[in-house]
Design a protein around this ligand. Structure first.
Ligand code: ABF
Length: 215
């Protein structure tokens, strides 16, 4: 499967243009993208990173990591996903970086999602939906989720996000209305962000293979 991830990561280089600030996501597929980006680092203005993990890898390659506040709109964001539906709507957050990923996706003009083909599903929800929550609200949010969705929230114990928060994973969902569910979950006090990327889906999906499938 790592070959598919590598092929997707390398294909995403096609979307990088000279002088760009490149938004960079998190995960094993993105790691291949970062390694490929290193080969053209002198042609880009720098990167905005969605996690400490990616920041370290970027800096290790000598790529400058910039503050989003200093950049304005980002022309390109490249990131992985845990699931992708036919509408390019995504579940993300398996790596617990969902909040920063969502911020950069919102700031990006073009969001290119890189996946191995096993991430493609007809309906989102087989992968447990991550929510980043303020620690004191964990139990409140879990109760509200059960009442609202019928799903089963599970606390990802031991995981603390880059923002100092905790993660709940909602099991047992079949997400037929991703935009509606994203909006409803966002209303619950204590929810920092929802790992559904439906209101702002990907613009381009690259599923790794020979050749990579681009849609
Ligand atoms: C991040 O990395 C995610 O939001 C998602 O959880 C994950 C994808 O993982 P991988 O590329 O390692 O399969 O982009």
């Amino acid at each position: 499967m790592s070959d598919a991830k590598r092929l997707a990561g390398e294909k995403a280089i096609d979307y990088v243009e000279d002088g760009m600030v490149v938004g960079v996501g998190t995960g094993s597929t993105v790691a291949y993208f970062i390694d490929a980006l290193a080969g053209i680092r002198d042609r880009i203005a720098g990167a905005v990173s969605s996690s400490e993990q990616s920041t370290q890898r970027l800096r290790g390659h000598g790529i400058e990591v910039l503050d989003l506040n200093a950049c304005g709109p980002i022309p390109l964001y490249v990131d992985g996903a845990d699931e992708c539906d036919p509408g390019k709507r995504l579940i993300k957050g398996g790596g617990a970086a969902l909040t920063r990923e969502k911020i950069i996706a919102e700031a990006a003009t073009t969001f290119v999602c890189i996946i191995d083909p096993s991430k493609e599903v007809p309906v989102l929800g087989r992968f447990p939906l991550p929510l980043e929550v303020v620690p004191m609200a964990r139990s409140l949010v879990a109760r509200e989720i059960v009442a609202m969705t019928g799903g089963q929230p599970v606390w990802r114990q031991g995981t603390v996000t880059d923002n100092g928060n905790w993660v709940l994973d909602i099991h047992g969902l079949s997400i037929t209305d991703p935009v509606g569910l994203e909006q409803s979950l966002n209303q619950v006090p204590g929810v920092v962000s929802v790992g559904l990327f439906a209101r702002r889906p990907a613009d381009v999906v690259i599923a790794g293979g020979t050749p990579p499938l681009v849609r």
